[in-house]
Design a protein around this ligand. Structure first.
Ligand code: BES
Ligand code: ZN
Ligand code: ZN
Length: 475
């Protein structure tokens, strides 16, 4: 719990120490050689009826907003470790350097630093009550804190879904979890089930999903925050609850993260939840193809040709390149039936993006500079990093097929680009952004203090701030 206070009443307090000021501080604090104030260093000093938690903030010059998020995540971790049930935090040093908005990063840090996935194991839930003082305007701060808590909850939901084992999250389980999650907020939900997908001719989605005895579905989530505005933002998120690769079976090693192949859909649900909680004046429709990719009698085989919902025929040369097929159908559905005017897709789409950029930078593509600029402006608040890939006509040629309109893999190179271009084939020339979070959605070795081992919640914040930017609300 987080409360704002003019005067901090707690006896337990946090003291922030900058590395550059350690010598000055050493005269007043009894740390001497134990503590240098380096970034994220911590030292817990219990006293008779109180305690001080010293947190190193590194060199003042090097402190960033991302750093603030990490520092507060570190506070949450330490409070958990030492079972500090209540503590006071003076925010003034961050306020001075970054302004009131830094409170958003602080609250995100406190909420996410405390996150662990505990659905299937018994773990004590621990919550500390934080009293934050040293704020210039408590009213402003309250709004920022509410926004950060809404966002944190949305990220936690995305993480929970991605962390849930595949046998506990079949496509229809995921569908149910999403429905429950948005039950009390102004988001309308519709589900198209297997028979409907088949009748409509969505062979990309029902073809992949039909490979499993756990049936696929297409979920549509609608949020109308500005009914007079003709603009409708479409969010298409890959929701493969388990990707074995199909007949082009993955190796045992690369099976490790297959339950997380629905992180794109989870990010979209998180973002729409945060948008609805904040009542942003913007219209959003999410289309989420949920399915498994398995081996069975009805699975696709390399060499098969299928027909997409939009009408283009697709030669399947690798059954593990399934994400683009289901995203294509979901995107066409959103454009044709929901009146989407700008479209963004997000997916754990390629191993290639991970090879190129690693765990902390995701890949992006776009056919529209001004739409992408909106995304980039939002990113400056989101603390997520994306790199926009270029593409040429030559890349587009790589997915031409001899027997169908296109094929589902390119050449042996630039796999992240050709995967994106495959999806672009279905955007019907609308402004389009593509986000490939295959490297950033999951981390076995957490990169930041606010990450836990496993799902990161990648994409939620980036999409939220893009839409906030699009709604012309400067954060
Ligand atoms: N879901 C995977 C991509 C992936 C790989 C996500 C590693 C997270 C970690 C996707 O469906 C896939 O298998 N892509 C193939 C495409 C290839 C066959 C063209 C890949 O990247 O190997
Ligand atoms: Zn795959
Ligand atoms: Zn996949």
């Amino acid at each position: 719990m987080i409360v704002t206070k003019d005067i901090i009443n707690q006896t337990n307090t946090v003291e922030f120490i900058l590395e550059d000021q350690i010598q000055k501080k050493q005269q007043t604090i009894p740390l001497k050689n134990f503590f240098q104030g380096t970034f994220l260093e911590s030292f817990y000093l219990p006293q008779e009826n109180s305690a001080v938690l010293y947190i190193g903030c590194g060199k003042e010059k090097e402190l960033t907003l991302l750093g603030v998020k990490e520092i507060f995540a570190q506070i949450a971790k330490q409070c958990k470790e030492y079972h500090i049930a209540a503590c006071g935090i003076d925010f003034s040093i961050f306020l001075k350097k970054f302004g009131e908005k830094a409170i958003i990063q602080a609250v995100l840090g406190l909420s996410l630093g405390n996150y662990t996935y505990c659905y299937l194991k018994k773990e004590d839930t621990f919550e500390c009550q934080y009293e934050i003082g040293g704020l210039s305007s408590i009213n402003f701060a309250k709004e920022y804190i509410k926004e950060a808590l809404d966002l944190a909850k949305s990220i936690q939901f995305a993480r929970d879904m991605v962390n849930t084992p595949g046998n506990h999250l079949r496509p229809m389980d995921f569908n149910r979890a999403i429905k429950e999650y948005v039950e009390d907020i102004p988001v309308e939900v519709e589900t198209l089930v297997y028979g409907q997908l088949k009748a409509m001719g969505m062979e990309g989605l029902y073809g992949i999903g039909g490979s499993s005895e756990y049936p696929p579905c297409l979920m549509i989530l609608r949020y109308q925050g500005n009914p007079k505005d003709p603009e409708i933002y479409g969010l298409i998120g890959k929701g493969v609850t388990c990707d074995t690769g199909g007949y082009c079976l993955k190796s045992a090693k690369s099976m490790a993260g297959i339950k997380g192949d629905m992180a794109g859909a989870a990010a979209v649900v998180g973002a729409i939840h945060a948008i609805a909680m904040q009542k942003l004046p913007i219209n959003v429709v999410a289309c989420l193809p949920l399915c498994e990719n398995r081996i069975s009698q009805s699975s696709h085989l390399p060499g098969d040709v299928i027909k997409s919902y939009q009408g283009k025929t697709i030669e399947i040369l690798n059954t593990d390149a399934e994400g683009r097929l289901i995203l294509a159908d979901a995107m066409s559905y959103g454009i044709r039936n929901e009146g989407i005017t700008k479209v963004l897709d997000i997916a754990t789409l390629t191993g290639a993006v991970w090879s190129a950029l690693g765990f902390t930078i995701a890949g992006a593509m776009s056919n529209d500079d001004s739409f992408y600029q909106t995304f980039e402006q939002g990113l400056s608040f989101a603390q997520e990093t994306y790199l926009r890939f270029p593409y040429h006509k030559e890349h587009e040629k790589m997915i031409k097929s001899n027997v169908a309109d296109i094929k589902n893999i390119g050449a042996d190179c630039c796999g992240a680009i050709t995967a994106g271009l495959f999806i672009k084939e279905f955007c019907e020339d609308l402004p389009w952004i593509h986000l490939d979070i295959a490297g950033t959605a999951w981390s076995d070795t957490p990169q930041y203090a606010f990450d836990d081992k496993g799902a990161t919640g990648a994409g939620v914040t980036a999409i939220y701030y893009m839409l906030k930017q699009a709604a012309n609300i400067v954060p």
